[in-house]
Design a protein around this ligand. Structure first.
Ligand code: HEM
Length: 122
């Protein structure tokens, strides 16, 4: 009985230590992701990504890589494609028809953020 108690206690503390060690290991990976997302992207760099399979847009001061999202977007691709490689805040805010995107669309956008738009001429 005593042996069972000792084994159970040992296993418990091993698990606690393993979870603690795991939590120490995770934060640096998150920090690196945050650093990458704060990368400053010039308008010249943005302009290079104007193809459907390589489509970046600047919206509200941030730059988004929307290549993977274009086929998922609810409208016809030709509505979005002209904005690849460009500052597209007005287009996004109005859907080019005067209606704003939903809060759900704003949430989706976060996932594709790759940096911030540096000031300067394209
Ligand atoms: C900047 C160029 C963009 C334009 C011109 C544009 C335009 C449109 C249009 C015309 C519609 C469908 C019709 C309508 O709801 O009135 C639509 C819907 C939608 N778009 Fe965009 N869009 C753009 C970018 C984006 C981006 C970057 C995202 C998200 C990553 C997005 C997410 C959505 C979603 C989720 C809908 C469904 C309706 C809603 O939730 O608002 N769009 N968009």
């Amino acid at each position: 009985m005593r042996r069972l108690y000792l084994s159970a206690t040992l296993i418990f503390w091993l698990l606690v230590t393993a979870f603690w060690a795991g939590s120490l290991w995770l934060p640096p990976a998150e920090k690196n992701a945050a650093i990458a997302v704060d990368k400053s992207i010039s308008p010249t760099e943005l302009a290079k990504h104007k193809a459907p399979e390589n489509c970046w847009m600047a919206i509200r001061g941030n730059v988004y890589d929307l290549s993977a999202y274009l086929p998922e977007h609810p409208s016809q691709p030709d509505i979005l494609l002209p904005w690849c490689g460009k500052e597209a805040t007005d287009a996004y805010n109005t859907k080019t028809k005067g209606r704003p995107h939903s809060p759900y669309a704003d949430e989706l956008l976060v996932k594709y953020r790759i940096g911030i738009l540096a000031s300067g001429k394209p």
